[in-house]
Design a protein around this ligand. Structure first.
Ligand code: COA
Length: 213
């Protein structure tokens, strides 16, 4: 029998993660969202049950998936759920290809047609979107988001909470992408990227530093 799962985040990405959870053999029991205007609505035929605190308080020991793209917000929410005794299964689409020598961390989400090569590592709480390649011996840190169609070369050290925009390429030969860096869509990264740097273009150049909140 399918195991129940709740989806945190009732936006369009919530629908995507619900779809993935079903493909992975879960039965979606409903959604939670901070936005009270979404409560009572349905997504893919399942109800938005309430605000996020309800999930933590009421459903300890239940399964959850967090459909939030923003890395810092997602990590915070995942940690709250774990502290509240909720479980966060790793969701890997059956059509993703994961080397038996790769390591996928806790609470990761790996979408279809992605290929994680030999001895690559995906850090806890990370999301890897469809049609991404993470080449061999590359380490992706905690809480990263790699968008659709990215190509990440071999032997690269990607720090925590890095966001790689859709279709970007990080070339083999790059050693390090610093924590909280953002790589623009379609960029080709040819050199190391500093902490909290926003880079974009071909070749990628510094656009600005990340705004502090
Ligand atoms: C890189 C990015 C974060 C920059 O956003 P921003 O800080 O708001 O920057 P702006 O839009 O003000 O653009 C700043 C400059 O960078 C350029 N630029 C922005 N994104 C670029 C990109 N992806 N490639 C090349 N140049 C880019 C702009 O043309 C602009 O140049 P100018 O100053 O010469 O006019 C954003 O454009 C981006 O690519 N985000 C990723 C989106 C994505 O992949 N989402 C996936 C969702 S699943």
């Amino acid at each position: 029998m399918a195991k129940d799962i709740f989806i945190i985040g009732a936006g369009t990405y919530g629908a995507v993660i619900a779809d993935l959870a079903e493909v992975c053999g879960y039965s979606v029991s409903g959604f939670y969202d901070d936005d009270s205007s979404k409560v009572g609505k349905t997504i893919l035929g399942k109800r938005v049950l309430g605000k996020l605190d309800c999930a933590k308080d009421i459903h300890a020991k239940a399964n959850y998936a967090v459909a939030i793209g923003d890395n810092s917000v997602r990590i915070l929410k995942l940690k709250e759920i774990i502290e509240g005794n909720g479980k966060i299964p790793v969701l890997i689409h059956p059509k993703a290809e994961i080397s038996k020598y790769a390591r996928i961390g806790k609470a990761c989400i790996i979408h279809a047609l992605t290929y994680i090569w030999t001895e690559a590592e995906i850090g806890d709480f990370s999301i890897v979107s469809p049609e991404v390649i993470v080449a061999h011996h590359t380490k992706v840190g905690e809480g990263c988001f790699i968008a659709n169609g990215c190509r990440v070369g071999a032997g690269i050290n990607i720090a925590e909470r890095v966001f790689i925009g859709m279709g970007a390429t990080v070339m083999t030969g790059v050693k390090k992408i610093g924590r909280d860096a953002i790589i623009g869509a379609g960029s080709v990264v040819t050199k190391d990227v500093g902490t909290e740097s926003v880079v974009a273009g071909v070749p990628a150049k510094l656009v600005r530093k990340v705004d502090k909140v």
